[in-house]
Design a protein around this ligand. Structure first.
Ligand code: BTN
Length: 198
């Protein structure tokens, strides 16, 4: 498979992963659900990088907008983008791009630090930055009230950051090709002959 074909396959694969993560039941504790799908968004950015990661989330959301029931509870259609979680959905695209930029730019491998900083910055701060004001607007609350309400997401999002970090670093070892350009610029791995015995 050439690089371009592999890139397109990876975008489709991660869009499918985000869709599959709608299967665990969401926790509807308020107007915006707690969902496992943010884990897929985090992984798309961290593994695929900014542009392919953003494209995977965009592809997923185009399918949602087209009416496919790919959000938790079998929701889909253009209306969800105008509902309380519409801002979070836009934030998913920007968040995946920011995660990818932090994890991939100027790096030759994903480090723990870059991955965790990327997931907190892109997967939480950017997503909430888009989501909270729209939630406030649609539900008729103040931004402060919506921000306080969003605190309920933090324990789940922290767990998703931990899982996404472990999966990203494991995938780098098992299948570095998924990381695209990062894999092609990675530092040469030491062979066992070069590694001093413990
Ligand atoms: C939808 O299914 O309508 C979109 C859900 C958006 C959920 C947001 S994303 C950040 C935060 N973390 C969660 O688990 N839920 C919210």
């Amino acid at each position: 498979m050439n690089t371009r074909t592999a890139g397109i396959a990876h975008i489709a694969l991660f869009a499918a992963l985000i869709a599959v993560l709608a299967l665990p039941p969401a926790l509807p504790l308020g107007p915006v659900p707690i969902t496992a799908q943010t884990l897929g968004v985090m992984l798309a950015g961290a593994v695929l990088g900014p542009w392919r990661g953003g494209a995977a989330v965009l592809l997923f959301e185009v399918m949602v907008a087209a009416g496919l029931p790919l959000l938790t509870g079998g929701r889909g259609g253009i209306g969800v983008f105008f509902g309380p979680s519409g801002g979070y959905l836009l934030g998913w695209i920007a968040g995946a791009v920011v995660i990818g930029l932090i994890v991939h730019t100027g790096a030759n491998r994903p480090t723990w630090l870059r991955v965790i900083v990327g997931l907190i910055g892109g997967g939480v701060l950017v997503v909430y930055l888009f989501g909270i004001p729209v939630q406030a607007l649609v539900t008729g609350t103040t931004v402060t009230e919506a921000a306080v309400a969003s605190l309920v997401f933090l324990p789940g999002d922290a767990l998703k950051i931990a899982i996404a970090t472990l999966v990203t670093l494991a995938l780098w070892k098992a299948y570095p090709r998924a990381f695209g350009q990062l894999a092609r610029t990675r530092a040469p791995q030491k062979t066992s002959a070069e590694t001093p015995a413990a």
